[in-house]
Design a binder for this molecule. Structure first.
Ligand SMILES: *Cc1c(COP(=O)(O)O)cnc(C)c1O
Length: 495
């Protein structure tokens, strides 16, 4: 329902029953809302109310105000979809108007929407995955390891332009392995982007090391070279050197690799590139994930391509990647019996899932194009609104894995929450931007280097990720756009 339709549902109490019936017909929403001149909700009128009035002999030229009084059932501005559904079920109604603190009607939720969920980023299978999984069954390669795993590693390495790859059970497992292979252990310091998913940082803790978090730059939202420089200088002044730096490529956009790489090289700190969100992106013509000494991809269910769960550790160093494979399979030594010198993990990807991954990799370019088209639609549609998109600076080719913006409104966090509540009530899955690690209770005691202001904190406060899946159809996108316009109107009116 767009703004025009919503506004057409609001009727003055002096409207005749005949005109109300015409409105009901025209809007096809099954309800109209009777409001006073300040938009306070007086009552709702449904088809049933008008039918009962006709049966009772009320003339069609009578005013809505003459209908028997009926207190409207409403929800508040922060009502979640769950609350609205409970109300609908308990009171056997199909529509719930939403009113603000002054009783003014600002929104209407209809039961019809409850069967039309739009996801943030859902899996999108191609034509080949089923056949490749079938092949795993046919050849009895259900066990981990097997021909699909080897082929998936080769094919992904070729796609990303790196020499070697080791398939893992998750991106998080690949990060853990990567840090360990870079020698991170108890007492070490590891630099890490603050604005990221917690999986980028947890393996640092789990290896007994201490993270030092680095802020974002305001354009692309990735690690700020300026903040990194400060972090490196502070460590140098303390006579310390970070063992590694986890540089994250957010939402399908590579970090500023030239500047970050130069700073890290000069300081002698190896980069572990967290490319979990940026498969298919490039920076200055080079694929994302080919910059770090090691880099990590994820094939979790919400990523641009998926194996339902899985990851990959890639790099130019054959020995490091061979060691990763060994560690990911319990670090077994070459012997007939089970011989162990170092401790390993059960982190290998299964052959069945690698079959899915091979099929997904074949459609990666199409998935990138589709996500970019979703973003372009949003950008065109909301060009005149008070929001700022995550940029795609010169030299970058982003995948727009998630379309993300920050609200440019006063009290951005309040506005963001109102907007997310609105979208959720209409069964649209949108999310806040990642909550930075330096604001997480888990990492409250860690050192943090801001860009100048706390950029990542501000991105979290006002940032929203919209439905961005490559399988969104035109009708779903139309619906999200119409709702977002209304949600932004509502947020601005409440500001
Ligand atoms: C998804 C993600 C991970 C973790 O990948 P999993 O496969 O879910 O373990 C790590 N870092 C970032 C930035 C991610 O978005």
């Amino acid at each position: 329902m767009d703004n025009r339709v919503f506004d057409s549902l609001l009727l003055d109490p002096q409207t005749t029953l005949r005109d109300a019936m015409a409105r009901l017909d025209a809007s096809a929403q099954g309800i109209v809302l009777v409001v006073d001149p300040t938009r306070r909700l007086l009552r709702t009128v449904t088809d049933g109310d008008l039918r009962r009035a006709a049966l009772a002999g009320v003339d069609a030229s009578a005013a809505l105000a003459t209908l028997p009084a009926k207190a409207p059932l409403t929800a508040g501005l922060h009502a979640a979809m769950r609350d609205v559904v409970e109300l609908m079920d308990a009171r056997r109604i199909d529509h719930v108007p939403v009113v603000d603190a002054d009783g003014r009607v600002v929104d209407l939720v209809t039961r019809r929407e409850l069967t039309q969920r739009v996801w943030l980023s859902s899996p999108h299978l191609g034509d080949d995955e089923a056949a490749l999984v079938q092949e795993a069954f046919r050849s009895n390669w259900i066990a981990p390891l097997g021909p699909h795993v080897d082929a998936f590693e080769r094919e992904l390495a070729a796609a990303v332009g790196v020499a070697h790859a080791a398939a893992t059970s998750s991106g998080t497992a690949a990060l853990h392995l990567g840090l360990r292979l870079l020698g991170v252990g108890p007492g070490d310091i590891v630099l890490c982007s603050s604005l990221t998913f917690v999986a980028s940082a947890n393996p640092i803790l789990q290896l007994g090391a201490t993270p030092v978090f680095v802020d974002s730059e305001p354009q692309g939202w990735n690690m700020s070279p300026q903040a990194l420089q400060r972090a490196l200088r502070e460590l140098e002044a303390q006579g310390r050197r970070a063992k590694a730096a986890v540089v994250v490529n957010l939402y399908g956009l590579s970090a500023e690799m030239d500047a970050l790489g130069a700073l890290l090289d000069a300081a002698g700190v190896p980069m572990l590139e967290d490319a979990a969100e940026s498969l298919g992106a490039s920076y200055r013509g080079r694929p994302s994930g080919s910059f770090g000494r090691l880099a990590v991809f994820s094939f979790n269910g919400n990523k641009i391509i998926t194996t339902s769960g899985g990851g990959m550790l890639v790099g130019a160093d054959a020995q490091l990647i061979a060691h990763a494979r060994k560690l990911s399979t319990q670090a077994r030594e070459p012997a007939r019996h089970y011989e162990h010198v170092e401790d390993g993990y059960n982190y290998r990807m299964s052959n069945v899932l690698a079959g899915i991954g091979r099929g997904q990799l074949r459609v990666l370019e199409q998935r990138v194009a589709a996500r970019r088209a979703v973003f372009e639609r949003y950008r065109a549609e909301f060009a005149s609104r008070a929001l700022r998109w995550m940029a795609e600076p010169a030299g970058h080719h982003a995948t727009r894995w998630l379309s993300a913006f920050v609200l440019e409104l006063p009290q951005p966090q309040r506005a963001r929450d109102l907007l997310l509540d609105f979208l959720e009530r209409h069964n649209v899955e949108a999310r806040p931007v990642w909550k930075p690690m330096h604001l997480q209770p888990l990492y409250a005691n860690c050192r943090y280097h801001a860009h100048d202001d706390d950029v990542s904190g501000a991105l979290f406060a006002g940032g929203v990720c919209l439905p961005s899946g490559s399988n969104l159809d035109a009708a779903q996108l139309d619906r999200v756009c119409a709702l977002l316009h209304r949600g932004l109107d509502l947020v601005e009116a409440q500001a």
